[in-house]
Design a protein around this ligand. Sequence first.
Ligand SMILES: [Ca+2]
Ligand SMILES: [Ca+2]
Length: 151
Amino acid sequence: MKAINLKKHAAEGNAGFSLLEVMAAMAIFFLGILAIMVLQSSSIRGNSRARGVTDISVLASDRLEKLIALPFDDPGLLPGNFPQPQAADGLDNNYDGEFDEDGEVGALSIEWSIVDDWPIRNVKTITVTVTNDHPDVEREFTVQNTKPQIL
Ligand SMILES: [Ca+2]
Ligand SMILES: [Ca+2]
């Protein structure tokens, strides 16, 4: 009884998909795959850019914290601008795993400035800027904080 019903269905034109239907389904499927690939590559670029910003912001914040931890009258907190030589800045400027090796030259650089009595008397304002000059990820990040003199 059941076998007879199957034969009846096949005879009514429900035998499967035509070549045209299969090709249309494959075209839609590949458009979806293509869209996912484009999305994936833009997501990878965005993540890479965000990581670059995070890296230099951590370096800038770390150096700012170290400067703020110095005593108020420390020679390291005299006013002025202090671009740091790459071979002595405490950074791995060329990302080779070694810090401050002889003749180190790389994309990363750090500098800071210290201003006395600003914004008010007996307060130093410290500004640290880290720059990454790599052509693919050119970024600059600046952090600023104040150090009051505790009397
Ligand atoms: Ca290095
Ligand atoms: Ca260095």
